[in-house]
Design a protein around this ligand. Sequence first.
Ligand SMILES: Nc1ncnc2c1ncn2[C@@H]1O[C@H](COP(=O)(O)OP(=O)(O)OP(=O)(O)O)[C@@H](O)[C@H]1O
Ligand SMILES: [Mg+2]
Length: 392
Amino acid sequence: MNTPISGNLPRAIGIIGGGQLGRMLIYCSCKLGFQYVVLDPDPFASAKPLANHFIQGSLYDPVSLRKLLEHSDLATYEIEHIDTKTLREAEDAGYQLYPSPRLLETIQDKLVQKEVLSKAGVPMPRFFRFDGTGKDPGNTLLSLTQSNGISYPLVQKSRKGGYDGRGVKVLRSPADPLTDVPSIIEEYIPFQKELAVIVARDREGNTALYPVVEMVFNPDHNICDTVLAPARVPSDVTNEAYRVARLAVEALEGVGVFGVELFLTSEGKVLLNEVAPRPHNSGHYTIEACLTSQFEQHIRAITGLPLGATDLIRPAIMLNLLGESDALGVPFVEGFKEALSIPGVSIHLYGKREVRPFRKMGHVTILGTTTEEVLRKAEQIRGILKVRSVET
Ligand SMILES: Nc1ncnc2c1ncn2[C@@H]1O[C@H](COP(=O)(O)OP(=O)(O)OP(=O)(O)O)[C@@H](O)[C@H]1O
Ligand SMILES: [Mg+2]
């Protein structure tokens, strides 16, 4: 144990995963004086240059995980795909880990996550369990859809391991083949909009919610590439989104910051899609646009500090900077200076050494006085900024 900064606060915070979320966790909260220990398999991980101590190792390797815990006073994670068994043992031995590895296990399995949340009364699309085509001789799926009152189109989601839309498949008709993995099948929601709320919950159970935002997904690759804050929805939808998001995080007894993804149905109902147990892409705008960023808030929540104010300073839009469809190799950002010359534009580059098609390389946040202004500037930025590779 290191000497605490103040009171019983930790000095060194361990972060499992060294991607862009880890990088932003560090640069948004190091002003509070903490030190950071990062574990990642990639020797060029985004967060590595900012860490006080870097451990190279697999997020599934008990030895590497224990090493991270030894070097830090408290730990968190920035990715869901990690070994929970070692972390559970550490938690049982009195180590402080937030959010709890038990909560992470619930979230890692989409079926378990949905079961826990639906039991708590969180509204969501109807779903049922599907164990794989090998275990589906005949028309089990047909009878399952009938007994659950669900019909095509359906959405098949693998229970484990999905991210950025991988592991999610829309089945338009019985002619669309099922994937042979343990999964859930849920009703397809012809949503008006996808919304998200970042919810912070501290160790005493206090919560702080960020503005409801609109997420816009690019149909080519199913990655959310634009986030608009605040969402253009009536106040009853905002209030319902807050109610559903808070209910979900409270049901999980989450400590930290959570990204709650929601659907706004064509009838105006708010349904939960899923919960991410960490800062979320839909909350990157908070770095410039809110009084406390989601990243500082996460560190505040897990270390026992008071939660910060979440007020939106100005309307904002966030654009993900994805690698161009033909980019491969050393990244090159076209239009960098020109984009930065536009007032209210902030560019974040994640320092990745290699660009690939649609890889998240950074993001841009644009603040303005009105939603119309930020939408206009976003169009301008989209025409200017491109992440290509040096070779193309
Ligand atoms: N039931 C549904 N009805 C309609 N569209 C859906 C449904 N479920 C998921 N989708 C679409 O697929 C996207 C990805 O689904 P989901 O969030 O469950 O997967 P994921 O792989 O965990 O994605 P990510 O890592 O991007 O959050 C959703 O954001 C939404 O656009
Ligand atoms: Mg999702």
